[in-house]
Write a protein that binds this ligand. Structure first.
Ligand SMILES: CC(C)(COP(=O)(O)OP(=O)(O)OC[C@H]1O[C@@H](n2cnc3c(N)ncnc32)[C@H](O)[C@@H]1OP(=O)(O)O)[C@@H](O)C(=O)NCCC(=O)NCCS
Length: 169
């Protein structure tokens, strides 16, 4: 199965609900978000391109045009440096087929051509084996683990993975 990225659109709240409103899907993300939070996030994703602070995409099956997940990048201040952060999510029925790796490699190409920041970071939970595998496979360097409070009130340990977008491929 091959996938492409499409800009996050007005009709994509149901996809967001399946990704971030679901208990199974958010085991490593501090649990499901409320309906209110998801609606806020939907607006934020729609407005990202005009804000110039990042991009969010839906991952779409090339053949059927069915939406199977999300991936994106956005600005973050990390250790007093302006960087991009990335994150991904693939619906359970489509997991284990290399879709997250393929979609993330496409988002890396877009972040590279956007070119505002040199570094792209990912912060998967230390327990999130597939996400840590994705970072390793796509050439990120593991810088170490940190405690994060996300969402507020929930502490989790996450790895800091960094990719140099300006390094020679
Ligand atoms: C993380 C997630 C996006 C992975 O999606 P996916 O499309 O199934 O991932 P891929 O098929 O591209 O596989 C990624 C790698 O993880 C590996 N992997 C999958 N499950 C694994 C496991 N339980 N243990 C170790 N490695 C695992 C795969 O083998 C693959 O590595 P490989 O290509 O070297 O074999 C998906 O599980 C998900 O959406 N989880 C819930 C949301 C989430 O946690 N998002 C991440 C926030 S950082």
């Amino acid at each position: 199965m091959t996938v492409r990225l499409e800009p996050w659109g007005e009709g994509d709240l149901p996809l967001l609900e399946k990704l971030l409103g679901d208990p199974e899907m958010t085991v490593h993300l501090g649990g499901p978000e409320s309906a209110e939070k998801l609606a806020e996030r939907q607006v934020k994703y729609e407005r990202l391109p005009e804000s110039g602070t990042g991009r969010m995409f839906k991952i779409v099956d090339d053949e059927t045009s069915e939406a199977v997940g999300s991936v994106g990048y956005w600005d973050k201040t990390w250790r007093e440096q302006e960087v991009y952060e990335t994150g991904w999510s693939v619906l359970p029925a489509f997991q284990g087929r290399g879709i997250a790796v393929e979609a993330t490699s496409q988002v890396i190409a877009r972040a590279k051509s956007d070119g505002q920041h040199r570094y792209l970071h990912a912060f998967p939970s230390v327990d999130n084996a597939p996400s840590n595998a994705i970072c390793r496979k796509l050439g990120f360097t593991l810088l170490g683990a940190h405690d994060f409070e996300y969402p507020p009130g929930n502490t989790m340990q996450c790895n800091d993975w960094r990719l140099d977008l300006r390094a020679d491929a």
